[in-house]
Design a protein around this ligand. Structure first.
Ligand code: BYC
Length: 342
């Protein structure tokens, strides 16, 4: 008789727990459906949390790894003005990384943990940053095409269902708009310059065009996460929708620049009211994702080295924070010689 009672009690508790879980899920679904934001303290499904950490970490890593190809040209920028602009842009990318790592930390992970995963090759960063910056015109092509693709992808993320990510994206998109304009302006100057400068700009566009289209991710029928991420309103549009939107934006801009997009199959599709474009080399994309792109090894090695070289800064910052915490903890206790022990 006692055992039966215990079983009944357990079942009763389980039933209540299930009901509570169902109630939390219903509240989550209603928030998403109403286009309200999920905030860090709200209940969320484990899979939603994990998928956000995956995407936000990959996004943050892309921002900081993305500093490398452009930083390569800071010391060789052709004028003081160009150097100042490029330095500001590269610093912005570091800032974007910080906003995104901070936003990811609200989900219960830490920047340290995410960086460890990046360095161990267990989390990704955007395929685009595994290509080399061979000439000064590449800085323009990155601004115009890479930042342009980033904005196309990221503006809808300002309406992402997770509040901290959506809010981080608002500021990032504003800065990305400046980045895109500086790239466009740089390419325009080269395109209108000497024949050699024009050729350099065209060569850069030839090399960056296809990898920029790959930034949007695999085609929709091969996109593992899109359907669920769109149902959760993390993503608002599919990879192919945004890719096609980007092509539509770039076609008139290329004409204004006097440069040719390296795709003979781009043409207006009257029925769709959008441009068609040629076949993307998805084998190349998969190879880059597997670590076999032209610069994968260099990018990760340089990142790990930068992290090791920055260890003393992190240690100094931690020691400084400890010192202030100790001071705050002993405020008013005159006997404690904080300065002497710090
Ligand atoms: N590169 O199911 P899918 C910038 C992976 S930085 C590498 O479609 P999802 C800038 C994907 O992770 C801008 N991997 O995924 C910085 C997944 O693998 P896992 C960076 C890619 O998440 C400095 C698998 O392929 N922007 O602007 O639904 C200087 C299947 O894909 C890529 C962002 O990070 C790729 N291109 O959609 C200048 C935007 N594409 O995780 C500029 C935020 C896909 O299962 N992220 N994969 O191992 C997103 O919007 C989405 O995550 C994506 C992919 C559209 C990229």
């Amino acid at each position: 008789m006692a055992a039966v009672t215990a079983d009944q009690t357990t079942q009763g508790t389980a039933g209540t727990a299930d009901e509570a879980e169902a109630g939390r899920l219903a509240a989550f679904d209603a928030t998403v459906a109403a286009d309200d934001r999920i905030e860090p303290r709200d209940w969320m499904p484990d899979a939603y949390r994990a998928s956000l950490i995956r995407q936000m970490a990959q996004h943050a890593h892309s921002e900081i790894i993305g500093m490398q190809p452009e930083a390569n040209w800071i010391s060789r920028a052709p004028s003081l003005r160009r150097k100042a602009i490029l330095m500001a842009k590269v610093q912005d990318e570091a800032g974007h990384g910080l906003y995104l790592y901070s936003a990811a930390e609200t989900l219960g992970t830490s920047r340290e943990e995410l960086l460890d995963k990046l360095h161990a090759g267990r989390q990704r960063y955007s395929s685009i940053f595994n290509y080399p910056t061979l000439t000064w015109a590449d800085v323009g092509a990155i601004g115009w095409l890479v930042d342009g693709a980033a904005i196309t992808n990221q503006v809808p993320l300002c309406r992402c269902s997770y509040g901290p990510y959506a809010r981080a994206m608002v500021r990032i998109c504003k800065e990305e708009s400046f980045h895109q304009r500086q790239g466009y302006e740089l390419l325009l100057a080269l395109s209108r310059g000497t024949p050699a400068q024009h050729e350099m700009a065209q060569d850069a566009v030839n090399r960056w065009w296809w990898p920029s289209l790959m930034m949007f991710g695999p085609p929709d029928d091969a996109s593992a996460h899109s359907a669920q991420s769109m149902a959760w309103r993390i993503k608002r549009h599919s990879n192919d929708e945004l890719r096609r939107r980007f092509v539509d934006i770039c076609v008139p801009q290329a004409q204004a620049l006097g440069l040719t997009l390296p795709d003979p199959d781009i043409r207006w599709n009257e029925e769709l009211g959008q441009h068609d474009y040629g076949e993307i080399d998805w084998t190349e994309f998969q190879e880059v994702l597997k670590g076999n792109g032209p610069c994968n090894e260099q990018r990760l090695t340089q990142r790990r080295t930068a992290h090791e070289n920055g260890a003393w800064v992190r240690e100094a910052a931690a020691a400084y924070a400890d010192k202030h915490a100790a001071r705050a903890g002993t405020a008013g206790t005159a006997a404690q010689p904080v300065e002497a022990t710090a």
